[in-house]
Design a protein around this ligand. Sequence first.
Ligand SMILES: O=C(O)[C@H](O)[C@@H](O)[C@H](O)[C@H](O)COP(=O)(O)O
Length: 257
Amino acid sequence: MSRTEVVVYENPDLLAAAAAARLVTRIVDVQAARGAASVVLTGGGTGIAVLRELRESSARDAIDWSRLDIYWGDERFVPADSDERNEKGAREALLDHVPLAPERVHAMAPSDGEFGDDVDAAAEAYAKVLSDAAGPDADVPEFDIMLLGLGGEGHTASLFPETAEVRETQRSVVPVRDCPKPPPTRVSLTLPAIRRAREVWLMTAGTAKADAVAQALAGAPETQIPVSGARGYRRTLWLLDREAAGKLTKVYEPPAE
Ligand SMILES: O=C(O)[C@H](O)[C@@H](O)[C@H](O)[C@H](O)COP(=O)(O)O
C-alpha cells in the first residue's frame, strides 16, 4: 500500500536544501540495505536546485557514488551541449563533481547523438536501456527514488494534459512533439514507468503550481493533471514551499513510524 506524505517548507531555498538532505539520507539507507541505489533525475528549476544543494552538502560523500545508478525522467531532444539539456544541467550542478561510475549514468540521447534527429529511435533506445537494467521479468527497473517537478497545468516529466503520451499504457518511454513547454521535442518516461519507482518525490515551489498541487492531491484524473498519476508504489512524497501548498485544504499527517 502506497502512502502519500506532504511536507511544506517556508521558501524555495529551504525546500531545495531539505530535499537534498532527504536525498542523501535515503540513498545512504538504500545502499546500506541493498548495496546499490538508483535515482531518476528531473529537469526544471527546483530539480536542478536540489542537485546543487546536494553538491554543497557536507554529508554528500556519505553516499557511495560508485554504486549509484542515475537515470532521467525526461530530457529535451536538443544537442548535447545545449543549455536546455537536463543532463547538462545535472552535470554542472552535481554529476561532474562527484565520483560516479560513468557506466552507471544513463542519459537519454541528444539530437546530435547516435540517432541524429530521430526522436522515436532515441525513445526506443532508452526503453531498451531500462529493460536491460530491469532484468528478465520486467521492462523497467524498480527505481529507488524518482525525482519529479510539475508545471502549473499539472504536467510532470514531459507528460502534458490530454495528450497521447499521458494516456500511454504499453510503452515505458515515448517521444514527445509539440510540447507546450519549450523546447518542443522531448523524450519522456510514461506514467506506468514512473509508477515502477518505489518512491516518487514531487518537488515544486511557487503560487503558479498551487492549483495543480491541490488538484493532484484531491485525486484529479491523470489525463487532466498528469502529476496526479505520478505515484511511487511504496511512497509518494510531496515536497513543497508555502506558495505551492497555498491551496491545500487538508493537512497531511505523516504516518506514525
Ligand atoms: O524537462 C523539464 O522541463 C522538466 O522535467 C519539467 O517536468 C519540470 O520539472 C517542470 O516543468 C517544473 O519545472 P520548474 O521546476 O522549473 O517549474
